[in-house]
Every structure is written in structure tokens, then in C-alpha cells.
Write a protein that binds this ligand. Structure first.
Ligand SMILES: NC(=O)c1ccc[n+]([C@@H]2O[C@H](COP(=O)([O-])OP(=O)(O)OC[C@H]3O[C@@H](n4cnc5c(N)ncnc54)[C@H](O)[C@@H]3O)[C@@H](O)[C@H]2O)c1
Length: 255
């Protein structure tokens, strides 16, 4: 019960790594606010948690819209009385070559992958200050740490998210609010299925292209393996960890 008496908001909690994080957090005693634009997925996550005797609510919220972010924070406070943990996990996945990427692709990606986490932090921080501190975990990617041609604008947005995390860690440190990043490697989730479909290839090919780049463990990750890294940073066990980037990638970046 490493998150007993804590309330956590997880954006993009209706699928993949976000869902695995919500379910793990609930098993560790947290009250979980599952936020997503996908109501069916979000409600399914909540029902998994409730079947396991955990505590969770779903809030339909688009992280790029400030009104939605305020609604998400208000719902968390109304239902659970405060907020201790925020996981900025929701993301837009637009992966194109330089000739194909449009101005609209850039605007959407920056709105969801950078402005979204920033808006969530802005509205969650007053509640964390009231609670005497908190933990924020931003989900970046190995794509934000290495050269990835034909990954525009997704990869640059993930690189900038690592910089944003460090800056927030500096600004919020005096309030006992820690800000860290988790950078996953290739993880089998519905997002990969979507990318495969768009690129007219198979899930195996998308994942294997990443694994072939030099993953020491020679396999992709399951979402829960990323969630365990997020859990550590969210928990009090990481009380002296801030401004860090935990890479959970089977050795890809080390390679
Ligand atoms: N799957 C991988 O291989 C991989 C690798 C590295 C990093 N990541 C990162 O992990 C995180 C989760 O990815 P995933 O693979 O689980 O994806 P996923 O598609 O399975 O889940 C993402 C969820 O975010 C939601 N979402 C999208 N836009 C939103 C918005 N504007 N507001 C609220 N919710 C929104 C989607 O509806 C979906 O439920 C992302 O930040 C992604 O960049 C994934």
C-alpha cells in the first residue's frame, strides 16, 4: 500500500500505460481520477479498479483545453478532498516525415503533449500546496532522447517535455512538489496498433523496429513494467528524487 491515503490524477488513463498506471496505483491504495477524452476506455479502467475493490472515478477531459483541466481538478477535489499525485500521460501520436507534417499537426501535438501537461500542473499545484507537497510524473519517451527521423512532430515534443519537467522541478521544489519524467521504450499498447495502421504495417514491425535499434533485453515492454517506474517516482520512496528522467527501455538508450 505504497500510495495509501493519496489521490492521483492520471491523464490518458483509459488505455495502455495510463490504464496500467491507474490499476497499479489503486492496488497500492490510491484513490484514482482517470482522465481521458475516450469515455468508454476511461470508464472501463474505473470498472476494473472497482471490481478489484479499489477507488476511482472517470472524468472526461481533453488536457489541451483549460476548461476541461479545471473540471478534472474540481472533480478530484470534490470526490476525494485533494490531490497528491499527477501523472501527465496523455499524448497525441503524429509521426510523419518532414514533407508530410502539416502546421496543424504541430499545433495539435504541442497543445496536447506540452501545453496539456503544463495546464494540468498549473491547476493541480494549488491543491498540492494545500497538502504540503506532491509528486508530478511526466511521461516522455526514448523518442525524446534520440534522433528519430520521420517522427515529426511527436519526437521533438517528447524532447521538450523533458526540458519542461526540469524547469517545473526547479520552480516547484521550494513547495515540496517533485517533478520527474519517465521515458518508456517500445511498449505494446493500443497506440502502437494505431501507428501500425497509419503506416500500413503490423504492430510487430513497429515494435521490432524499436527493439532492433539495440534493446539489450531483446523484447518490448508490457505497460505494467512502465507503470512500476511511475509508481516509484509518485511514491514517498522517491522523496529526494526531483528533476530526474527515469528511462525504462530495456537498454535502448544505453546502447
Ligand atoms: N507505447 C509506447 O511504445 C510508448 C513509448 C514511449 C512513450 N510512450 C508514452 O506513453 C504514454 C501513453 O502511451 P500509450 O502507448 O499507453 O498510448 P494509448 O494510446 O494506449 O493511450 C493514450 C491515452 O491518451 C488519451 N488521450 C489522447 N489525447 C488526449 C487528450 N488530449 N486529453 C486526454 N486524453 C487523451 C487517449 O484517448 C488514450 O486513452 C504517452 O505519453 C506516450 O507518448 C509510449
Amino acid at each position: 500500500m505504497r500510495l495509501k491515503d493519496k489521490t492521483a490524477i492520471v491523464t490518458g488513463g483509459g488505455s495502455g500505460i495510463g490504464r496500467a498506471t491507474c490499476e497499479l496505483f489503486a492496488r497500492e491504495g490510491a484513490k484514482v481520477v482517470v482522465a481521458d477524452i475516450n469515455a468508454a476506455g476511461g470508464n472501463e479502467t474505473v470498472s476494473h479498479i472497482q471490481k478489484d475493490n479499489g477507488s476511482a472515478i472517470f472524468v472526461e477531459a481533453d488536457v489541451s483545453k483549460e476548461e476541461d483541466v479545471k473540471k478534472m481538478v474540481d472533480a478530484a477535489v470534490k470526490e476525494f478532498g485533494g490531490i497528491n499525485i499527477l501523472v501527465n500521460n496523455a499524448a497525441a501520436f503524429i509521426l510523419k516525415g518532414l514533407d508530410d507534417v502539416t502546421p496543424e499537426d504541430w499545433v495539435k501535438t504541442v497543445a496536447v503533449n506540452l501545453q496539456g501537461p503544463s495546464l494540468c500542473v498549473k491547476h493541480v499545484v494549488p491543491e498540492m500546496k494545500k497538502a504540503g507537497g506532491g509528486s508530478i510524473v511526466n511521461i516522455s519517451s526514448v523518442c525524446g532522447m534520440m534522433a528519430m527521423g520521420s517522427h515529426f512532430p511527436y519526437s521533438p515534443s517528447k524532447g521538450a517535455l523533458i526540458t519542461l519537467s526540469g524547469s517545473l522541478a526547479q520552480e516547484l521544489g521550494p513547495f515540496n512538489i517533485r517533478v520527474n519524467t519517465v521515458s518508456p521504450g517500445a511498449t505494446i499498447t493500443p497506440a502502437v496498433e494505431m501507428i501500425a495502421k497509419e503506416q500500413n504495417t503490423t504492430v510487430e514491425e513497429v515494435i521490432n523496429a524499436c527493439v532492433r535499434k539495440g534493446t539489450f533485453l531483446n523484447r518490448y515492454a508490457q505497460p505494467v513494467e512502465i507503470a512500476y517506474g511511475i509508481l516509484f517516482l509518485a511514491s514517498d520512496e522517491a522523496s529526494y528524487v526531483t528533476g530526474a528522467n527515469l528511462v525504462v527501455d530495456g537498454g535502448l538508450i544505453a546502447h
